[in-house]
Design a protein around this ligand. Structure first.
Ligand SMILES: Cc1ncc(COP(=O)(O)O)c(C=O)c1O
Length: 400
C-alpha cells in the first residue's frame, strides 16, 4: 500500500472525524511550498491557517529550537523561573501597549484566559456583578466553551448549548449597535481588528475607537483578538494600530511560535495586578522550547524591511486578485497578507481545483476564499496564484 493510501485509511480508522481532509498526505515543506508523499508541490496560501509566518524550514527557527532541546530543558512547569519565558514576555511588552504577558497553548485558551482576567479585575474592584461580554457578528474566538460563547455562529454553538451565560452579540462595524449593548453590566468587549474565520472583514478605525470610548465610559475591558490578524499579517505589527487606540487585553497565538503550539495574553498592569497565584495557569505555560521559537519569530517580523515586504506583496496580492474576472466574484478585500475573495457560490470547488493545480487554499465563512500565506511569500507566487485562479474560475464559468 502507498504511504498516501495507508495514511488516509488510518485517518479513517483512528481519527475523530472533525476534519474533511483532501486525498493527499503532506510530508515536507520548504519556503512557501509543501510537498505530498507522491512528491507533488503545492504553493501554500494557507500557512497552517495564518500560522507559518516564516514559511517552512527556516534555519534560524530550527536552530533555536534544537539549541533549547540540547539543554535538556524542554519542560519544567511554570512553577519555576526560566530565561526564555521572561525574555519573550519582555519582548512582547516592549513591542506593544502591554505591561505584562501570560503564555498558554492555543488561541482559544488565550481567549478563555482573557475573559477570566477581565472577570477577576471586575471582581477585585467589587464589581463582580459585571458579567456581560459583548462580541460581534461573524466573530470567531475559538471552540472551547468560553471562547465558543463569544463566537456567535449557530453551526458552532447549537450542538453544545447551553453556552456560558453573559454573552451578547452586536453588529460588527456598527457603532450604534455597540452603543446599545455596552453598559454598566459589561465586563468585556472582544473584537478581531480583522475578522479571519468570518470572511476577512476589516474593522473600521472609527469602530475600534468607539469601542475604546464605550469601554472607558463603562469600565469594561476591551479585548483585541489578534490571534489571526496580529504579528505582522496586516502589514503592521498589530492590526489595531491604525485606529490609534490600545486594548486592555490582546490575545495572540497562531504565528507566534513559528508553528509550535502557543497562546499569549498581553495586558496592562491594572488588569494583571488583579491576578494572584493560582487564579489561572496551565501545565505547559511558557515551555522553554516554544518560548525560544517565539523569540525568533517576533525578532524576524520586527526586523528591518519585513513589514514593508508584507505591505508591498499584500498590496500586490489585492491588486492582482481584483483583476480576476468572473461573474461569481462579489468582492475582493483585506489588508496586508490577509485577503479574501467573496463569491456568490460555495468555495469548496475552487479549493478542490486548487489542489489539482498545486495550490493550498482555504475558505472563510460560507462564501469567501481566504489567502493567509507565509509572510515571506513573493510577488512571483502571487502571479502563479492569479494565473491558476484564472484557469480555475474560467473552468467554473464554462460549466455554468
Ligand atoms: C481570531 C481567532 N481567535 C481565536 C482562534 C482560536 O485559536 P485556536 O484554534 O488556536 O484555538 C482563532 C482560530 O482560528 C482565530 O482565528
Amino acid at each position: 500500500m502507498s504511504i498516501t493510501a495507508d495514511v488516509i485509511q488510518k485517518d479513517k480508522d483512528y481519527s475523530v472525524p472533525v476534519a474533511a481532509r483532501p486525498d493527499f498526505v503532506l510530508t515536507r515543506g520548504e519556503g512557501v511550498t509543501v510537498f505530498d508523499a507522491a512528491g507533488k508541490a503545492y504553493t501554500d496560501w494557507v500557512a497552517g491557517i495564518a500560522v507559518n509566518a516564516l514559511g517552512y524550514g527556516d534555519a534560524e527557527l530550527q536552530k533555536a529550537v534544537a539549541a533549547q532541546m540540547d539543554t535538556g530543558l524542554i519542560h519544567v512547569s511554570g512553577l519555576y523561573h526560566t530565561q526564555p519565558m521572561v525574555e519573550l514576555a519582555q519582548a512582547l511588552c516592549d513591542m506593544s501597549f502591554a505591561d505584562k504577558a501570560y503564555f498558554c497553548n492555543s488561541g482559544a485558551e488565550a481567549v478563555e484566559g482573557a475573559l477570566k482576567f477581565a472577570r477577576k479585575h471586575a471582581y477585585v474592584n467589587e464589581r463582580a456583578n459585571k458579567t456581560k461580554v459583548v462580541s460581534f457578528s461573524d466573530a470567531f474566538h475559538g471552540r472551547t466553551m468560553g471562547a465558543l460563547a463569544v463566537t456567535p455562529k449557530a453551526k458552532y454553538q447549537t450542538p453544545f448549548k447551553p453556552m456560558v451565560p453573559g454573552a451578547v452579540v452586536g453588529e460588527f462595524n456598527n457603532i450604534q449597535s455597540a452603543r446599545e449593548l455596552i453598559d454598566a453590566d459589561t465586563v468585556a468587549v472582544i473584537v478581531e481588528p480583522i475578522q479571519g474565520e468570518g470572511g476577512i472583514n476589516v474593522a473600521s478605525a472609527e469602530f475600534m475607537q468607539a469601542l475604546r470610548t464605550l469601554c472607558d465610559e463603562h469600565d469594561a475591558a476591551l479585548i483585541f483578538d489578534e490571534i489571526q490578524c496580529g504579528l505582522g499579517r496586516s502589514g503592521d505589527m498589530w492590526a489595531h494600530s491604525i485606529a490609534g487606540v490600545s486594548p486592555d487585553i490582546m490575545v495572540l497565538a497562531k504565528p507566534l511560535a513559528g508553528g509550535l503550539p502557543i497562546g499569549a495574553i498581553l495586558t496592562t498592569d491594572a488588569i494583571a495586578s488583579a491576578m494572584s497565584p493560582g487564579d489561572h495557569g496551565s501545565t505547559f505555560s511558557g515551555g522553554a522550547v516554544v518560548m525560544q521559537a517565539a523569540q525568533v519569530v517576533i525578532k524576524r517580523i520586527a526586523s528591518e524591511g519585513f513589514l514593508e515586504h508584507v505591505r508591498e506583496v499584500g498590496e500586490y496580492l489585492l491588486e492582482r486578485l481584483a483583476e480576476l474576472n468572473s461573474p461569481h466574484i462579489v468582492d475582493v478585500r483585506g489588508r496586508g497578507l490577509m485577503a479574501g475573495i467573496e463569491l456568490d457560490i460555495a468555495p469548496g470547488g475552487i479549493v478542490q481545483a486548487g489542489y489539482e493545480q498545486g495550490l493550498l487554499l482555504v475558505s472563510s465563512g460560507t462564501n469567501v476564499i481566504r489567502f493567509v500565506p507565509p509572510l515571506i511569500v513573493q510577488k512571483a507566487h502571487v502571479d502563479e496564484l492569479v494565473d491558476k485562479l484564472t484557469q480555475i474560475l474560467e473552468a467554473i464559468d464554462d460549466g455554468d
